[in-house]
Design a protein around this ligand. Sequence first.
Ligand SMILES: *[C@@H]1O[C@H](CO)[C@@H](O)[C@H](O)[C@H]1NC(C)=O
Length: 220
Amino acid sequence: MILSNFIFVCSLVCSVASATPIAAAVNPPKGTCTISAVDVDVDTDGNGCRPGSVAVAISEDNSLINLLFDNFQAAIGPNAGAVSKRALCKVNITMSSPGWTFDVNTVDFRGYIKLAGGVDISLVSRWKWIDSKGVDMKGKGNMQKQLSGPFENDVLLHKDGEVSDTVSSACSKTAARFQLTISASLSATVSSGSGVLKGTQDGALDRGFSEILNLGWRKC
Ligand SMILES: *[C@@H]1O[C@H](CO)[C@@H](O)[C@H](O)[C@H]1NC(C)=O
C-alpha cells in the first residue's frame, strides 16, 4: 500500500517535471535583469544619437527592452533642411541577468514616417554581445524593414519571426555588453521626392523614436 502510494506520487511528480520544459516561455523574476550603463557613439554624419539622447529600460516582467531615441531622425527632399537622409545610432548596454540568458524574438519600431511616392526607407537593426575588450561573444541577430511611399503613419512596425541570422546567446556573460545598432536611410527615385522619419507625434510634441526588443529567456 505504502509502496503503491509512493509510485503514484513519483509518477505524478515525474510527469510534472518532464512537462515543465514544454510549457510557455518563462521570464526571470522581477529584478533579475539590470542595466548598469548605457554608452552611445555619436552620429557625426546624421541625426542618429548624441550622448544622453538614448534611454534604455527593461520592463518589470523582463519581457522586453525599450530603447527610446530622443533625436533619431532622417529626411530627404526640398524640406529636409539640415537633417541628413541617414541616421545611425550605436548603443552599448552593460547589463546582467545572473542565471538567465535571452535571445531577441521579435522587434517593434515606433515612430512617425511619411514618404512621398518614389521614396523608400530602409530600417536596419543589428545586435550582438561583446566582452569587456570589445570582442564578439555568442549571441547576435539582425532585422530589416523596408517601406515604400506613398506612406504616412504614426507607426508601430512589427517584425514577427523575421529576425534573421540569429545565434543563441551563451550564458557566461559577466561584464558583457549588449551592442545594438539602428540605422534608417531614405532614398528617392524621383527628383525632389520628400521623406521623413522622426519620433512619434503627439500634437506638437515629439515623443521620440523607439525600438522594442521582445525577449525569449532561457535558464542557464
Ligand atoms: C562600444 O563598444 C565598442 C566595442 O568595445 C567600442 O569600440 C565603442 O567605443 C563603445 N562605445 C562607447 C560609446 O562606449
